[in-house]
Design a protein around this ligand. Sequence first.
Ligand code: ADQ
Length: 459
Amino acid sequence: MSRLVVVSNRVTVPKKAGDAPAGGLAVALQAALEERGGIWMGWSGNSSGDREPEKMDIREHGNITYALTDLTDTDVEEYYHGFANRVLWPICHYRLDLAEYGRKEMAGYFRVNRFFAHKLAPLLKEDDIIWVHDYHLIPLAAELRQMGFKNKIGFFLHIPWPPADVLFAMPVHEQIMRGLSQYDLVGFHTDFDLDNFGGGLVREGIGERLEGGKKFSTYGRTFKGGAYPISIETEAFSKYAVKASRNVMVKKARQSIEGRALIIGVDRLDYSKGITQRIDAFEQFIRLNPAYQNQVTYLQVTPKSRSEVPEYEQMQRTVAEQAGRVNGALGQVDWTPIRYVNRSIARPLLAGLYRLAKIGLVTPLRDGMNLVAKEYVAAQDPEDPGVLVLSRFAGAARELSGALLVNPYDIEGTAHAIARGLTMSLDERKQRWEKMMDHLLEYDINRWCDDFLRDLTAE
Ligand code: ADQ
């Protein structure tokens, strides 16, 4: 079996061999790396100031070598905050209005990808299978090919892929499409993203879709494409949630809501997650259903993210003000309708809170997959499951057919779905939940990883 080389912007290094990493993605990748032996390479998250980064930080853990590099301040600014997070992220989330295109940032993005390729090259063997992750590193294969590498290289995009009208408004769309054409397999979360990709190629007359849509031909190369819905460690997370309900913090949370129904939202603070629309929908729900005053608590857990990007800094203020305004308008001396927690919380607490919540509110305006939706389902008590209210614009909506699907822009529609979820019969809740849980048990994170690697390595 060939060695596996994973490249991603950030790397999860376990503290010591055998330590369980935090997220499901890291668990799955580490399992695949452990099985085949391999390397996980990426940015250390640290800056080397204005000096070229020195040697890579190489750490061996069992069968896996972690190779981390620092980046200069300018690299971080241009490649990461600049092009990746201020052009590709908004464009891929259909937000043309927020994309800030700058030549310096674009150049920085391609320069850092070349730098990654040069750092990776000396570590590579001829038959290594290379798996590149996410929008930060689209041009990496092109750089490696230019250096003469003929290895199998796969790419997985963790965020949505937009339709042609949005993508082609981005000035450097051609380099990006050319970059993708250098892979042997390009994976998306859903068929919808895959169709956007193929449809764009065909519509702009730059390529073809072959073999029933599973292959593409463009810029002189033919390569595979596919939909690989990412998932979670369903069984492990479910067991974890049972254990977590005995967690002391979860017990305290349960006491503090005093028998009220808990509604939970958990997201990074990001404009794609639809947090402001969700708070509006909650307010609307209370106004339309005054009997629920003092009967529900909406907990929104939202760690800060990307505060260096102005839109995110602004959003932090907007959400805090909005939660404060709704609490001021609707709250009573003995009832705070919204609890807003602006930080990350430990996974046992998170799992326990999911299980405690009668409603999981997952209403992004656009999301590649959304793992919170899947975690919420996996954490439920089979005898008394809660209801998932899910945006139809999350990749997860294509799989989780037992959820109440909403259009997050339709504030009243979401408010009605909250009310419907709270009054749903136990039979219906169980039926909906079982359908979703059965699906998640079959399509878990290991299945995602195996399916992608099988297709990448197949002839
Ligand atoms: P994200 O945009 O980060 O991921 P998501 O898929 O929901 O979104 O994953 C977030 C993860 O962070 C979840 O595992 C969640 O439990 C955790 N998390 C969120 N808030 C937290 C908090 N306050 N405390 C602790 N943990 C918290 C991107 C794409 C998604 C895609 C994933 C994986 O945007 O669409 O599903 O990658 O491909």
